[in-house]
Ligand binder design. Structure first.
Ligand code: ADP
Ligand code: X15
Length: 401
């Protein structure tokens, strides 16, 4: 490992710490999850060592329902570290600078959602990000920058790649452990069948990575939004938006060519759902074989039971299984059949497994499984599958300079 860690940092300094607290939001309420647990270890260590700590993090994407303030995150973090965490509703404005100046040893202050600043997005070269007003203003307030956000390290955003170019930069404990685990996993070789379960809502991330994993992975089992897009490419009348959610059409525009090429060149490596589940007029789960769908009139929220029956033996025969993204909206028990079914099949075998994703890893406890039934549970989704390809993550690269 070539980056500096908290072991290289003298106690008691004023530090700017980038966490990934990006969480599911239900009806405006931020849901506690494994990311808080893991980052709490880094923050607790900094508090115990007398650092003055300001936290940078993002939540959601502009224009989506999950794009909310970090005020609730500060409260959740308080519970996890059993120590007061303050919040200021600015990222680098005058009030934020004032509150940062007021920090004493052991204080923790969460700054507002980085994605509320114009400079944070879009993805640009680290050099450009390092010159933004956001980075240039905050850098003067701190002795060092710590990046603990491995799960966001595939994004070239200001708060992730700008600071290491203009400040002393270190990896936090989560960055360190996730980097070590995922790099070792990427280097593993398997004699037997390697399976990747691909779901979730961020189809663009997974499709891009799938095109680089076709030699490493023998079988991709599809579900979630990516699964429906693949079904669309295979000629089924699904995989487009029928409401305001904007889950499918934009990602279809971005990826349709890649999906069609994957289907043409690697059809034998791709297993698609044979049935899908939706909410019927009584509010119950109903299932429909994909061959019987003439027109998409409902939102499909899970893969069906037949699909789980087809995926389970493939998992049982695998030497390694990688999961990225949920097969359905598992937070609602009616639509947990696909995600819980696949995770249970993995837990029941002695294959090597990795379950990744801030959201997906929540399903483990939610459906009565234990973390130690899996080889590695990563709080990263897109970052970990990108690491599997052997590619460096931009946020890690800048720490290694
Ligand atoms: N068919 C679907 N419709 C709506 N949401 C879905 C569907 N399938 C999966 N999801 C949602 O995907 C989320 C996980 O997406 P994503 O962020 O890509 O994965 P992760 O957080 O695991 O990286 C879950 O919260 C789940 O509710
Ligand atoms: O949740 C995240 O990624 P993940 O869903 O792939 O685990 C990261 O916080 C990155 O968020 P983004 O995909 O909105 O850039």
């Amino acid at each position: 490992m070539t980056f500096q860690t908290l072991d290289d940092l003298d106690d008691g300094q004023r530090v700017l710490v980038r966490l990934d607290l990006n969480s599911p939001v239900e009806d405006g309420t931020v849901q506690d999850n494994r990311r808080f647990d893991r980052h709490a270890e880094t923050i607790s260590e900094l508090v115990d060592r007398g650092f003055e700590v300001a936290v940078l993090a993002h939540q959601g994407r502009p224009g989506r329902d999950d794009f909310v303030s970090l005020s609730q995150h500060a409260d959740i973090l308080t519970e996890h570290i059993d120590h007061d965490v303050d919040f200021v509703d600015e990222t680098y404005g005058p009030q934020a600078i004032h509150d940062i100046a007021d920090l004493d040893a052991g204080d923790v202050l969460v700054l507002e959602n980085t994605r509320m600043c114009d400079d944070e997005l879009p993805e640009e070269d680290p050099e450009i990000k390092s010159q933004t007003e956001f980075v240039q203003t905050l850098k003067n307030e701190f002795d060092a920058y710590i990046n603990d956000a491995y799960s966001a390290a595939h994004r070239s955003h200001a708060s992730l790649v700008g600071f290491p170019l203009v400040m002393d930069a270190y990896a936090g404990r989560v960055m360190e452990t996730e980097y070590e685990a995922n790099t070792a996993i990427a280097e593993k070789e398997f004699d037997g069948q390697v399976t990747m379960v691909v779901g979730g809502t961020k189809a663009t991330d997974v499709i891009d990575v799938m095109t680089h994993l076709d030699e490493k992975v023998d079988d991709f089992l599809l579900g979630g939004i990516a699964g429906e897009l693949f079904l669309r490419a295979a000629g089924y009348p699904v995989g487009y938006d029928i409401d305001d959610a904007n889950l499918y059409d934009e990602q279809w525009e971005e990826n349709s060519e890649k999906i069609e090429t994957m289907l043409e060149d690697h059809r034998d490596q791709i297993t698609l759902a044979v049935d899908l589940a939706y909410e019927d007029e009584h509010g119950d789960r109903a299932e429909q074989a994909v061959d019987d769908i003439d027109e998409k009139t409902v939102s499909y929220l899970d893969v069906g039971s037949e699909t789980v029956m087809e995926y389970s033996p493939i998992i049982r025969d695998s030497e390694a299984v990688f999961v990225k993204g949920a097969l359905g909206m598992f937070e609602d028990e009616r639509f947990s059949v696909g995600t819980a079914g696949v995770l249970e099949a993995i837990a029941d075998t002695d294959c090597f497994s990795v379950v990744g994703g801030g959201d997906t890893s929540r399903a483990i406890e939610m459906y009565g499984m234990e973390e130690d039934e899996f080889g590695h549970v990563s709080i990263a989704g897109g970052a970990y599958i990108r690491a599997l390809t052997g590619a460096e993550l931009v946020g890690v690269e800048v720490l290694q300079r």
